[in-house]
Design a protein around this ligand. Structure first.
Ligand SMILES: C[S@@+](CC[C@H](N)C(=O)[O-])C[C@H]1O[C@@H](n2cnc3c(N)ncnc32)[C@H](O)[C@@H]1O
Length: 190
């Protein structure tokens, strides 16, 4: 059985969130990350691609202010199952970014955290085009990835960010590089 359903079965959804948070805190402080994103705003509509159980969206929605609306998508079943916060402002759905782009949706902020190194380079670059497509004019793409060596992923975290820098049409307006993770903000500038 995959680790997610196994952990959920044993712990239940609330404890699963705590377990996921404890695991994530080993390398990324989600609260600091959400604070950093809030300082980069304001943003009124955001999408997190590959939102998982909703840990990061829990923090982002809490910090981005009352007017923000958010969409979390994931290819895995039951995305956002552990989200804590105002559900009236957040929608979760099992979908790909290509489907969201095809439906004509646009967002002020597109967040991709701990996702892009699971994809081969050509898939990642095709997704980058979709991220750019779903940005509202003047919007921003935020990418965050763990930097330590991974043995089994197609790409390393630093490679992901180098590819984004090289291939995006967006302007790189902020970078935070810690020993464990890297964050880059790319903005749609005239
Ligand atoms: C390590 S988790 C990251 C979860 C969350 N973004 C975070 O930072 O806490 C990676 C997530 O990406 C999702 N994912 C992988 N490929 C995807 C795709 N093509 N479209 C949407 N989600 C995807 C996985 O199902 C998984 O939930």
């Amino acid at each position: 059985m995959p680790i997610g359903p196994a952990v959920r079965g044993v712990l239940g959804p609330r404890l699963e969130l705590l377990a996921a948070d404890a695991y994530r805190r080993l390398f990324v402080d989600l609260d600091s990350l959400a604070e950093s994103v809030a300082e980069m705003g304001p943003y009124s509509s955001l999408i997190e691609v590959g939102c998982g159980e909703g840990s990061l969206l829990t923090r982002l929605v809490a910090r981005l202010g009352r007017d923000v609306t958010a969409l979390g998508i994931d290819i895995a079943a039951d995305p956002g199952r552990s989200f804590v916060g105002d559900r009236a402002r957040v929608t979760f759905c099992q979908a790909t970014v290509a489907e969201i782009a095809g439906a004509g949706n646009r967002f002020d902020l597109v967040v991709v955290s701990e996702v892009l190194y699971y994809w081969p380079k050509d898939v990642m670059l095709a997704a980058l085009r979709r991220f750019e497509e779903i940005l509202a004019p003047g919007g921003a793409l935020l990418a965050v990835h763990w930097r330590k060596e991974t043995k089994t992923y197609p790409l390393q975290g630093d490679e992901v960010h180098e590819l984004l820098l090289r291939y995006t049409r967006l302007a790189n307006t902020a970078t935070i590089t810690e020993s464990e993770y890297r964050l880059d903000l790319f903005e749609d500038k005239p």
